[in-house]
Design a protein around this ligand. Structure first.
Ligand code: PLP
Length: 384
């Protein structure tokens, strides 16, 4: 039997128990069964977000949650700083621009850290609080760079700008301490570290953000968080939710919380280390040099000079059943990306590295079989 390994930065494989849960009968989303369900999963999600803020379940993709994070809090003409070092940072800025915000993009090269100093300077100089929001992506999936949200939070000091944070490819796999870091609006999607298929997104909102929302003049309909709140108060969502996904969400959260958040953090850390060590063992260059700022969920590796990424990906897919991702945008011909998040395990990582080695050799690269796998094995053996 052929097995497929989905080693991309999302969507990620879904455990059998969770897909089975999706096969439940459809029931009334305006009845008591759904009320009990949504109240239960909302409380459990708050534990994963480490928050006591309001939290909403949306039927949309991660980008829908990004748009929700913009349209409810940013009025046309508002000055907004977008910190960006990759395609998702740019997307967040573009969404804000689409809604006529006055966006200043504090840009760093893709694969380089955010320009924290520039942000601090702009906030310190902004004595009359013209900057209304800071938009930032925690884990930049396009490059495998993990940005330091705690640092952004600390250097914001008492500036009133809201922090609107995309944690689509990090929450659940890496500490995201919504309350401790004062994240005003934190958004994520279902299909990455949270063990679920695509289709749901989650967003938390604190009191400061609610206050800003009261005066927000942006038109909004489907993504209105005021509507979401009014309906959640009676155990419903404003529109028909993806009921099977919400049933599956309960199963996923029970699974995550049974083991505890730390278990997931440790697992992802180990997988990140094993992929990075394997790349080094193979003599391949990592896009993000410093381990401290390397993503725990996706690793971007520069391709060997004489190999085309499309050939590598199709050989790995067709011969070994391993699906990896290419680069995005300007890095599409330069890097390939291995996703190691959600239900992916360290043994899947070893298989992926083995397939990578065999494919590189077959494509004529001078790597030594076993030179990456052995390094990854050394990491995996440290597992407790
Ligand atoms: N933000 C980040 C960091 C992502 O990795 C992704 C998806 O890969 C998104 C946003 C967009 O999510 P979706 O594709 O579900 O709209």
């Amino acid at each position: 039997m052929e097995k497929e390994y989905l080693m991309i930065p999302g969507p990620t494989p879904v455990p059998h128990e969770i897909t089975q849960a999706m096969g439940s009968n459809i029931f009334n989303h305006r009845g008591p069964k759904f009320k009990d369900l949504i109240e239960d999963v909302t409380e459990k999600l708050k534990k994963v977000f480490a928050t006591s803020n309001d939290l909403f379940i949306l039927t949309t993709s991660g980008t829908g949650a990004m748009e929700t994070g913009v349209v409810n809090f940013i009025s046309p003409g508002d000055k907004v700083i977008s910190l960006s070092n990759g395609s998702f940072g740019d997307r967040l800025a573009n969404i804000a621009r689409t809604y006529n915000a006055d966006v200043e993009n504090v840009h760093s090269e893709w694969g380089e850290p955010l320009d924290y100093e520039a942000l601090e300077k702009k906030l310190d100089e902004d004595k009359d609080g013209k900057i209304k929001a800071i938009l930032v992506v925690h884990n930049e999936s396009s490059t495998g760079m993990m940005n330091d949200i705690e640092r952004v939070s600390k250097l914001r000091k008492n500036h009133p700008a809201l922090m609107i944070v995309d944690t689509v490819s990090s929450l659940g796999a890496v500490p995201v301490e919504v309350d401790e870091w004062n994240i005003d609006v934190c958004l994520t999607g279902s299909q990455k570290a949270l063990l679920l298929p695509p289709g749901l997104a989650f967003i938390s909102v604190n009191d400061r953000a609610w206050e800003v929302m009261q005066n927000c003049t942006q038109p909004v309909f489907y993504f209105s968080l005021q509507k979401a709140k009014d309906f959640l108060d009676v155990g419903q969502t404003p529109f028909t939710p993806a009921i099977p996904q919400v049933v599956a969400l309960k199963e996923a959260l029970d699974m995550i919380l049974e083991k505890g958040r730390q278990y997931s953090f440790d697992r992802h850390y180990l997988m990140m280390q094993s992929v990075r060590k394997a790349a080094e063992g193979l003599g391949l260059e990592l896009l993000v040099k410093e381990e401290a700022s390397a993503s725990r969920t996706v690793t971007a590796i520069k391709k060997p000079q004489d190999i085309e990424i499309k050939d590598l990906r199709s050989l790995m897919r067709n011969k070994y059943g391993v699906e990896i991702a290419g680069g995005q945008g300007k890095l599409s011909q330069e890097i390939f990306r291995i996703g190691h998040l959600g239900a992916i395990t360290d043994m899947d990582v070893l298989t992926t590295i083995a397939a990578l080695e065999m494919s590189l050799v077959e494509l004529g690269s001078k790597v030594q079989l076993g030179s990456g796998v052995s390094k990854a094995q050394e990491v995996v053996m440290q597992k407790k």
